[in-house]
Design a protein around this ligand. Structure first.
Ligand SMILES: O=C(O)CCC(=O)C(=O)O
Ligand SMILES: [Fe+2]
Length: 359
């Protein structure tokens, strides 16, 4: 088979529009060649996928439980972070109505005209509002079956002008998620043997960077040949994810891809690179990816919660001793995010690049 000849410059997704537009144009029965990963040398599809029970965290017991119940949840959190880097949160108190509204405003955004969405085509990772397609199209030769919208929502809050209710709904939702993350991080700190406020302080969470990422994966006529989002880890502390009722997320666990089937009304939470650094590698930032399907469009909404951009992040001194030397170099979160964006990671975590060689 001939190698792919499509170059980013010759076929910029920004000029040709979204994958939504391509997927919805006529009766598409096969995917364009530059979405076909079987032609790519760098990505291999698919690996065997298994189903396993994913750890579940009872949020209500973490914040309102008896001391014994709270201790149990903290121990569950510790296990989830060290063994999986991934867990489901149930009984979190965020109303189903708000979650549905979030999905609606994000769907309405993707339904805007290409011209309207084109206002937000951005190039830089820290642009306040950025809409695009694929994963990192400036360095890719085969594209991902995904459109995205990324909005910075904290410490300064931004919103596209349309749809009209996007601003209010996302502001409320992201504020609620910040509350959830703050409590989860207290539990995670305690599970590391640190004081409850450790991670909050060490990451300057009050001015922490929060990013809303809405992903649209349209129906794909040949899902076995395409990929929605490639294996990656998230750069922040904790990412809180939900989806419409369509599956596709997979997490890497013990060397295998595990299909995630969330419990109704639950949030999916994964650990990010900054948590791995702060915990000196005790909690691994989990690799995850999203596959596509030929039945229904999938929408996922990830809220990434990270340290303050100016905060220099390093392993907690309490987790460093003669047996556990510092495993990562200190870097501000801004440097880390920009460093990640400037590297073609090709399925690897940016952490591989900042890990000190002594572990
Ligand atoms: O669509 C998904 O389930 C995963 C999305 C994701 O990993 C991300 O936006 O970082
Ligand atoms: Fe992710």
């Amino acid at each position: 088979m001939a190698p792919p000849t499509i170059l980013v410059d010759a076929f910029s997704p920004h000029t040709k529009g979204s994958i939504k537009e391509i997927a919805e144009s006529g009766n598409l029965s096969s995917i364009p060649g530059h979405y076909n990963f079987s032609q790519s040398e760098s990505q291999q599809l698919p690996d065997p996928v298994s189903t396993e029970d994913i750890p579940t965290i009872e949020f209500n017991l973490l914040v309102n439980g008896t001391p014994d119940q709270r201790s149990q949840v903290i121990s569950d959190l510790g296990h989830a972070c060290s063994e999986w880097g991934f867990f489901m949160v149930v009984n979190h108190g965020v109303e189903e109505r708000l979650r549905e509204q979030m999905l609606e405003v994000c769907r309405d955004f993707f339904d805007l005209s290409e011209v309207e969405k084109g206002k937000y085509v951005g190039r830089n990772v820290l642009d306040p509002i950025r809409c695009g397609t694929s994963f990192n199209p400036s360095v890719e030769t085969v594209f991902y079956w995904r459109d995205f919208l990324k909005v910075l929502v904290h410490p300064a809050f931004y919103s596209p002008e349309k749809p009209a209710d996007f601003r209010d709904v996302t502001n409320e939702y992201c504020t609620r998620i910040r509350g959830l993350v703050k409590e989860l991080l207290k539990g995670v700190s305690e599970s590391l043997g640190l004081v409850p406020c450790y991670l909050e302080k060490a990451s300057e969470l009050e001015t922490g960077l929060q990013i809303l990422i809405a992903n649209l994966y349209p129906r794909c006529p040949q899902p076995e040949l395409a990929m929605g989002i490639p294996p990656h880890s998230d750069h922040g502390l904790l990412t809180v994810l939900m989806q419409n009722n369509v599956g596709g997320l997979q997490v890497k666990h013990n060397g295998k891809w595990v299909l995630v089937n969330p419990l109704p009304n639950s949030f999916l939470v994964n650990t990010g690179d900054q948590l791995e650094i702060l915990s000196n590698g005790k909690y691994k930032s989990v690799l995850h990816r999203a596959v596509v399907n030929d039945q229904s469009a999938r929408i996922s909404i990830a809220i990434a919660n990270g340290p303050s951009l100016g905060k220099a992040v390093a392993p907690a001194p309490q987790l460093v001793d003669s047996e556990h030397t510092p495993a990562y170099c200190e870097m501000t979160y801004r440097e880390y995010v920009e460093f990640q964006q400037s590297n073609s990671l090709d399925g690897k975590s940016c952490l591989d690049l900042v890990r000190l060689s002594n572990i």
